[in-house]
Design a protein around this ligand. Structure first.
Ligand SMILES: Cc1ncc(COP(=O)(O)O)c(C=O)c1O
Length: 446
């Protein structure tokens, strides 16, 4: 269904064809149009620069999703793209290795607190799978305790083999472990965030069996005081490897990741997404004593050391350093939070823009679960009508400006007024011209 302005007709046409040619329609669940306002938001991009995307219908969108994370410097950053273009002129991949492999390792070791050694790959889920393999190899144990989302691989989806609701509270719900070997049942066990006794109880129940505790150190809220220190101590006592998944936090909290900001150093950490401003790259970093176990393991792939990802990663780090990019994107995030909170107050809509300033999150409080989803969809729809592509969470990048924040806050005020009117009139649905935003994985499996 189209809401008319701006028209996304070509996007919709392409997507209908994609559904015939590509199982599931897209490669990344977070790029499914059902996550946005279907019919109001663009589905296919033609180009992007700075904080803006141009879609296949010729519309320009102010984008707050930053390529679902990678575009930390903004799209088409000159320094990174020039480094990549120069490298393309010299070659992307060779029979032998490229020196940037060692140079980047030097940089990561100098930047990330836990990093003494480094392995590379091409994505976040892959980096998690490698880290888990290393932890299992290092400890000779099989079980993994996890909290949060860690990609698509068998080791992780195995959590839902015994009970397919186990992953429901870990970012994505409704994941059926179709195609995951049943023999893996019981090898991946979830624990709730910010509940140290629950983790300690699991470690006690599986004493001597746990290879790794893997978690995002934080996502949309800061951890309670002492929690991560407690996790670290409990994991050490159990003889397991503590892995921080920094795929989504990345360099946004600090160049050394959330571990630098929060002052808790894991044994291993994984980075991807924001480390290379849009060119495929991932890394597993960690303490030498654990990482060394990877030496004799079969962990090997042709494109993990392609020179493009390596030079893009080097240029991204250098650019973030020389432009104080982390401080700048955090300042813009604080401004966005202030202006969205002011708009909510002015409109009198119960809600808050909270969370860390690099990933502000809009919450419509005091609503039923159903109304919250309707309000979120209405927000996304109304922002799209104003040419702004966003979810209720905002991925800050260095190209977002104070003017972008102003434009967004003013469009948000209009969206909040519609939501308030819908609530007062007893029907949010009346203002919706699109399907209600799906929980990301529900549509896939139901
Ligand atoms: C915390 C976390 N881990 C792993 C992944 C998977 O990364 P990728 O999509 O690059 O495989 C994501 C992706 O959103 C993530 O947020």
């Amino acid at each position: 269904m189209s809401v008319g302005s701006p028209s996304v007709a070509r996007s919709l046409q392409l997507y209908r064809r994609a559904l015939e040619l590509i199982p599931g329609g897209t490669q990344l669940i977070s790029r499914r149009p059902s996550r946005y306002a279907y019919g109001a938001c663009p589905i296919y991009a033609e180009s992007a620069a700075g904080a803006r995307i141009r879609d296949v219908d010729g519309n320009s969108w102010l984008d707050w999703v930053s390529a679902v994370g990678p575009a930390i410097l903004g799209y088409g950053n000159r320094a990174v793209d020039e480094a990549v273009q120069q490298q393309i002129g010299k070659g992307a991949v060779f029979t032998i290795n490229h020196p940037a492999e060692v140079e980047l390792a030097e940089q990561l070791v100098a930047t990330i607190p836990c990093a003494e050694q480094v392995r590379y790959c091409k994505g976040g889920g892959e980096a998690c799978a490698i880290a888990v393999r290393i932890a299992r190899g290092a400890t000779g144990r099989d079980r993994v305790l996890f909290c949060g989302y860690h990609g698509w691989h068998d080791w992780y989806l195995a959590a839902n083999l015994e009970d397919d609701t186990r992953l429901d509270t870990h970012l994505f719900s409704g994941i059926e472990p179709i195609g995951v070997p049943r023999a893996l049942a019981g090898t991946a066990i979830p624990f709730p965030y910010a509940d140290l006794p629950a983790l300690e109880a699991l470690l006690a129940r599986h004493e001597g069996e746990v290879a790794a505790v893997i978690m995002e150190p934080m996502r949309s809220e800061f951890p309670p005081a002492g929690y991560l220190e407690g996790v670290q101590a409990a994991t050490r006592r159990a003889g397991a490897v503590l892995i921080f998944d920094e795929v989504s936090t990345g360099y946004r909290p600090a160049l050394g990741g959330a571990q630098e900001l929060l002052g808790v150093t894991p044994d291993l950490a994984v980075f991807a997404k924001s480390m290379s401003n849009g060119y495929a790259m991932g890394a597993v970093v960690g303490r030498r004593s654990v990482m060394e176990s990877a030496g004799p393991m079969f962990v090997s792939s042709t494109y993990w050391s392609d020179a493009i990802g390596l030079v893009a990663s080097l240029a991204t780090l250098a650019e973030l350093r020389s432009t104080e990019g982390v401080a700048r994107l955090q300042a813009t995030g604080r401004l966005l939070q202030q202006q969205l909170n002011a708009a909510l107050n002015e409109v009198g809509l119960p809600g808050q823009c909270t969370g860390p300033c690099w990933h502000p999150t809009l919450q419509f409080t005091a609503l039923s679960d159903q109304d919250r989803r309707l309000a979120a969809t209405l927000f996304i729809q109304e922002m799209a009508r104003a040419g702004i592509l966003t979810l209720t969470g905002f991925y800050m990048n260095c190209a977002h400006s104070a003017e972008d924040v102003g434009q967004t806050a003013s469009a948000a005020r209009g969206a909040f007024e519609k939501i308030r009117a819908g609530l007062e009139g007893g029907s949010l649905q009346a203002f919706l011209q699109v399907e209600v935003v799906e929980e990301p994985f529900r549509r896939m499996v139901r």
